[in-house]
Design a protein around this ligand. Sequence first.
Ligand code: PMP
Length: 389
Amino acid sequence: MDLKQLISKNANKIQPDVISSFNSQVAGIKDLIPLTLGEPDFNTPEHIKEAAVQAIRRNESHYTDPQGIPELREAATSYVHDKYGLDYDPKTEVLATAGVSEALLCTFLAIIDPGDEVIIPTPGFPVYEGSVTVPGGKPVFIDTSDNGFKLDPNKLKQVLDEHGDSVKALVLNYPSNPTGVTYNEAELRALADVIKDYDVLVISDEIYSELTYDHNHFSFARLLPDQTITYNGLSKSHAMTGWRVGLVFAKPAILSEIFKMHMFASFSITTNAQYAAVEALNNGRNDAQPMKKVYEERRDLVASGLKAVGLDSPKPEGAFYIFASLPESYKNDSMKFCIDLANEAHVGVVPGVGFGPGGENSFRISYAASTESLKEAVKRIQEFVKNHE
Ligand code: PMP
């Protein structure tokens, strides 16, 4: 029997995401400095770990309210209120998920009928394309590489007009993975001015909000609260990727449907992680600050090191990625560049082509690694580039 035949057409359409597959491809190389994953190298702050330990000791080991324990929903809505000026009701407008990853898939399962379209600015985080495709949705990519990797409101309007009623949603992710660019308030207002005239949802993935370097993060839901679904979580702000805590905020009509999907996907998230998250959101509101300071120094170190050998990038204003252009000798072949760099210089970075249209002439380097490894990696990249002129 050909077991492959039993797999759904939608599942078959999806390729494994380039970040993990490229990471596994190069992981075995001796002495490799891996700058592939978006994984903070900091440890979770002690007070947060302690809250989880206490919860385990109290035998908080059962299923919880599937929407998230009430303390977590209170802590989450009050956190986004105080930090970003958002007003969400802890009873009906927030849901705790196993990372933003689960929240995204549950959202698309809830909103997409086969053939519905979702606009995804690219280069972008590959999970959006996969999660849209599972329920039969069609990604519509807007290549932003000719506009400093930012979505241009006029181009957005043009695509919305061309695609009409088939468009269900638009993805915004800022600060962006993979480009590190973000939007300021004026730029978001210009986008909102276009979006307000269309019946589309905005999937606003703000997971890197606490890692915004040059200005305060501005949440899109402040502009179009009814249309916006806001995603945040503790993975990046509190160095808690492995705890799997994501948060999704939306109006009750939408949130209740995402919640239904979450009940099938995971029911409730890990109980002790929820208590850890309560501690992080109530008493660790500035935990990201010392990390951010270090990330900023590393960003400058890597960006200037790459620039010195002609590898330019848009100014990385947030997250912990630099999306640098390829050397002339590798023009538009990011896969070959990354394979050669890994084999010859023993540095792992991700080919830009994996992030969709507009990424083929770039590579993503994550600077969430120790300053020492980054210095060595920059040296190796510089030598590699000089050897391939
Ligand atoms: N969105 C973006 C833009 C990301 O970079 C990531 C993690 N790499 C996620 C969502 C998912 O994060 P998590 O599931 O850990 O909350």
